[in-house]
Design a protein around this ligand. Sequence first.
Ligand code: F6P
Length: 404
Amino acid sequence: MQKLYVVMVGLPARGKSTLAKRICAGLCEEGFPTKIFNNGELRRSLLGPTSTPADFYDPANEEPRLAREYIAKRNMDRARGWLAQEGMVAILDATNASSARRKLITNTLTDYPILFVECVNEDHILQQICIERKTTLPEFEGYSKEDALASFMERIRYYESIYEPLSSEKYWLKVDSTANKILEEHALDGSPYYSVVRQTLVDFKAHRLFLARHGQTEYNVEARIGGDPHLTAKGQAQAEALAASLKNEPLDWVFTSTRIRSHETAAPVLRDRPNVQTLAIPEFDELWAGDCEGMRYAEISEKMPEVTRLRNADKFNYCYPNGESYAMLSDRVKRGLRRVLFLAGDKPLLIIGHQAINRVLISLFLRYRDADVPYIFIPQSEYYFMSMSIRRKLFERIPYSAKK
Ligand code: F6P
């Protein structure tokens, strides 16, 4: 049977390894034995910290340039060896930034087709997080955070100086790695792997996602909407119960909105988890009710009956005066979800959202009809757990507090 090389392309910290892992998991799940060959890992194991300084990446610096080429060739050999045995797909994960390097690959790996996957990432917040993450690698041990950052940025500039986007290669996909979007493609028609690769790149996929709503707030008690209220005593007890219920669940990331109630709910979960990373995502802030922010539902019906009437008639599309509709919310929640799934990769994550936000998030995974989205049940005493891959979708609602 025909086999395949997948060759990642892109500047450092653009999401190549994240996508390589996703592609690998998708292909393995479809029954195609797949393995990643990462040049960075091989370089670190062979050369250690001597390959950390930025000038190691200066294209004019002949000796390190040859060392990097040697590593690329070693990994090509390993990949070919894997395909000569049981492997069906070999993924070469490296910058492969210049067309000269890609020609070397094309001229060396002649036994099976090569699919190049170029990753771009214009999300500057995520880029920054990826760069900061790189500076925590063991290769930067002994560097201060600032020095590591400066050195890595210089490394990126060297790569930028030789970077040439894909164009003359035969089969390729250009992907916005954080938007799950294919920007351009030269398809490898007829290949059993191509559609799987493509699908893994565009799907929302959550390996282990916990989704909770913040605990009860003062506004909830009064049936007021929006605002930035604190949790009530009951809400704090719910937050403690959520933390207790998740106690044995490993979590790598906790994402909140920027609102106080979301942070206060996250606090007990984070208390005993010093290594969990946390980030407030503005896209997860509750539906903005515009002129109705802070009002009670009953008050809106009384003072602005049109709002209630029109909203009841078409809750998904109804836009509050100077505010938002669910339809509008959908776009920004999608953006936020892409961000968090990109950051978490295949690691478990918790999102602490809001009623409308969680409705939209659930609908993105479970494909609800638009009209039903604003009515999805979002309790403050249960969380949702989702685990999904190409073939399997697990979706559970788990109670964490006995009393509502
Ligand atoms: O009532 C709590 C709340 O989170 C409000 O802040 C928000 O406006 C509302 O839920 C969204 O739910 P619905 O669309 O059902 O009014």
